[in-house]
Design a protein around this ligand. Structure first.
Ligand code: ADP
Length: 267
């Protein structure tokens, strides 16, 4: 049977992660982002972490469902209270996705890529996603929550109806993975990168370098007319820059858009 996270194990694991101030394990919950949102509104400190083995209402952007069988995945959310404006919140998605990439490389020797704006991928196959949610006043963020779901020890490729090719870390390395080690490594990387951000190191260029999306022909679909072109880079705030046939470069912000490779269609 798959191993679950134990509260005590979590405490021991997180002793050496400076960023984590409180860690709670829930065997099953609706969504770690939803639980943490309530705690954030009640004043929970920066660095609060929620980890679960099962989500009954896991979701991605636009309320799309996130699927994960019990004890198969890494499912967790972390709370930030950064000195940033609301429009800068995407930097936390950048920072955390780079942290996942660091940790997968360090613990498994595997190089994963990223897909704009919030996916973890390996050669076009999605293996994880991030969901950043915020509360802000006019001046700055009150809090930002980054939820992370990663397919670890299961094979999602047989799940019907997923919009794109999918994979998992165990599929890629060909062996089961100890989720606790990976979680610790991710949080350590996020902690390091958050400290760097506070000293003014903005990760947009590094994030751009990790995006499989750059150089691809893409179609951006959203409330407005679809834009088709080549993804040529990202702006410092994380907006995707798409050059169309006329040579015009469009700035695309995450919000409610979907980006798919040109030539494919959503299911
Ligand atoms: P995107 O950024 O690709 O638009 P989201 O971040 O909104 O996607 O994530 C939700 C989407 O991810 C769902 O619509 C579904 O197609 C896909 N999905 C759901 N569960 C998984 C999973 N375990 N692995 C890979 N993809 C998934």
């Amino acid at each position: 049977m798959a191993q679950t996270f134990e509260q005590e194990t979590l405490q021991v694991l997180l002793r050496d992660v400076p960023f984590v101030t409180e860690a709670r394990y829930l065997p099953s919950t609706t969504s770690t982002n939803d639980v943490l949102k309530t705690l954030a509104a009640d004043g929970a400190p920066e660095g609060t972490l929620i980890v679960t083995d099962e989500q009954t209402a896991g979701r991605g952007r636009l309320d799309r469902k996130w699927i994960a069988p019990p004890a198969s995945s890494l499912l967790f959310s972390v709370l930030f209270r950064p000195v940033l404006a609301a429009q800068q919140a995407h930097v936390l998605t950048m920072l955390c996705s780079l942290g996942v990439r660091d940790a997968v490389r360090d613990t498994l020797g595997l190089n994963v890529g990223l897909k704009w704006p919030n996916d973890i991928v390996h050669r076009g196959h999605k293996l994880g996603g991030l969901l950043t949610e915020i509360d802000a006043d006019t001046e700055r963020l009150r809090w930002a929550i980054v939820g992370i779901g990663i397919n670890v020890n299961w094979d999602p490729s047989a799940v019907p109806g997923l919009a794109q090719p999918v994979t998992s870390l165990s599929n890629l390395v060909g062996a089961p993975i100890l989720r606790q080690d990976l979680l610790r490594s991710i949080l350590q990387a996020v902690s390091r990168r958050y400290d760097a951000l506070k000293t003014g190191l903005w990760p947009a260029r590094e994030w751009e370098g990790a995006l499989e999306t750059i150089g691809q022909r893409v179609v951006v679909e959203g409330p407005a007319t679809p834009i088709e072109g080549t993804a040529v880079g990202v702006a410092p705030d994380g907006a995707l820059l798409v050059r169309t046939a006329s040579g015009q470069v469009h700035r695309v912000v995450a919000g409610d858009v979907s980006v798919r490779p040109s030539g494919t269609h959503d299911a």
